[in-house]
Design a protein around this ligand. Structure first.
Ligand SMILES: Nc1ncnc2c1ncn2[C@@H]1O[C@H](COP(=O)(O)OP(=O)(O)OP(=O)(O)O)[C@@H](O)[C@H]1O
Ligand SMILES: [Mg+2]
Length: 453
């Protein structure tokens, strides 16, 4: 690959110094332009457009520090390397504070200069890359709160735009962390019901015995402990949208009642004989394949058909790797604000690790990884060292097989398989269950018994 040589502006009032530097830099393959004082340099930055500036500090007229200040004020982000005879710590500290790339002392150590220039070149490359990303994010690299420009995501946006207008149920599927809840909210916000409430209920997070009353509400005294009457999600969502999350984890008897409510639009609170009518649009989500769930009898077939008027399937992150840089940069901006940090972006090595990783937890996992990285980086660039160990080593992922000696019991083999699969999915139980072709409850129960043993 041939690229234009990096352009360096050398500023020094000492003609001999300028000459030596010009010779060395040209030897190293740089394009060089010379200025004999700060004022001349200032003009040349307009016409020559250098990539890097190397400047003496003490010069007649505009000093090196003043030139640095001017360049930073003019938002010209090229790396500036300052050189001086005066081995003064104060000047060095001041220079770094004002954003100098580095500070070198005369007589010059050319080895050090060369490595400083290598760093500066790397910096320029990364800044260019991230300026492009930043510009794309500003122009809106997604839709509403969604980030991503891949074909897979654009299909999702098109689907949402069309289906939001209708009042029909939508079944949203996709692995954990792919944005199912975000899709549900977006569908609500773009619908004619956007002024009404959006109520979400997660069947996996509520004890089985309470799901029914959460959904339909209850009367006072309906059961022990029901000291006051309470409205259910259907009542709360009246004139709005009800989002039934993890629908396949809902107990089957409740699924039957839910179906009846969806069919005739009437709800009866637990312990009441009165029927109430509500105007609710239902969206449902599952991170399982709904057809598998029907086959395994964790999702009632009739309910599935009722909910599945439209299906929206969110793509897994590793099928749209092109969106990873945009998403990562988006989260950097978000977490910079939250944690008062000033991270600029990811080093190319760190980005490479993110691109190679399998992301079993999808966007949510990427979001968590970026929050951690922004906090631990404490500098402008996120390096591989700021990523969790299993992502650092993702480029050299070990062979995904397990070896079992003959003589282990079936139970021991099963345990090994479950634990290794969990490790590979970053402890994501739903994903591990999917890969193993079992119910997530099975995994939870197995883990419980392992803990007991
Ligand atoms: N394309 C995207 N762009 C920006 N943020 C996203 C995107 N997809 C998901 N997110 C964010 O990632 C996080 C996880 O998304 P969400 O909760 O919608 O996933 P989910 O599919 O419901 O996951 P689970 O199955 O684990 O409940 C949220 O903070 C969400 O805002
Ligand atoms: Mg969710």
């Amino acid at each position: 690959m041939t690229t234009n040589p990096t352009r360096i502006l050398v500023v020094d009032d000492d003609a001999a110094m300028r000459e030596v530097l010009e010779m060395r830099l040209q030897e190293w393959g740089f394009d060089v332009c010379l200025a004999s004082d700060g004022n001349q340099a200032r003009e040349l930055t307009q016409s020559y457009e250098p990539d890097i500036v190397i400047s003496d500090v003490l010069m007649p007229g505009l000093s090196g520090l003043e030139l640095l200040r001017f360049l930073k004020m003019a938002r010209q982000a090229h790396p500036v390397i300052l050189i001086t005879v005066q081995a003064s710590v104060d000047v060095a500290v001041e220079a770094m504070k004002q954003g100098a790339q580095d500070f070198l002392i005369k007589p010059l150590d050319y080895g050090k200069l060369k490595s400083t220039l290598e760093c500066a070149k790397r910096d320029i490359r990364m800044r260019r890359g991230f300026r492009k990303l930043g510009a794309r994010l500003e122009q809106g690299a997604g839709f509403r709160e969604f980030i991503g420009t891949s074909k897979e995501m654009r299909q999702v946006y098109d689907f949402i735009k069309v289906v939001a207008k209708s009042d029909a149920p939508v079944l949203i599927t996709g692995e954990s962390g792919t944005g199912k809840e975000l899709a549900a909210r977006t569908l609500h916000e773009l619908s004619p019901r956007s002024h009404g409430p959006f109520i979400a209920i997660n069947s996996a997070a509520i004890p089985e015995s309470l799901i029914e009353t959460e959904l339909f509400g209850h009367e006072r005294g309906a059961f022990t402990g029901a000291v006051a009457a309470r409205p259910g999600c259907f009542e709360l969502a009246d004139q709005g949208t009800l989002f039934l999350d993890e629908i396949a984890e809902m107990p089957l008897p409740v699924q039957a009642k839910l179906l009846r409510v969806l069919e005739d639009g009437r709800v009866r609170r637990v312990g009441s004989s009165e029927e109430l009518r509500f105007n609710v649009r239902v969206l449902a989500a599952t991170n399982l394949n709904p057809r598998d769930a029907v086959q395994k009898r964790t999702l009632r077939e009739d309910l599935y058909f009722r909910l599945n008027i439209f299906t929206l399937t969110l793509p897994v992150l590793h099928h749209r790797r092109e969106d990873i840089p945009l998403l990562a940069q988006h989260f950097i901006g978000k977490f910079n604000q939250r944690h008062q940090t000033a991270v600029v972006g990811l080093s190319s090595e760190a980005l490479e690790r993110l691109q190679k990783y399998s992301w079993p937890g999808n966007v949510r996992e990427l979001k968590n990884v970026m929050e951690r990285a922004v906090i631990v980086a404490r500098k402008e660039w996120i390096d591989p060292a700021h990523l969790p160990p299993h992502i650092q080593s993702s480029a050299v992922e070990a062979d995904p097989s397990i070896i079992l000696p003959l003589g282990v019991t079936a139970a021991e083999a099963e345990k090994e398989l479950i634990l290794k699969t969990l490790m590979r999915t970053g402890n994501n139980k739903a994903e591990a269950a999917r890969r193993l072709g079992v119910d997530v409850k099975t995994i939870r129960n197995k883990l419980k018994t392992y803990r007991l043993n």
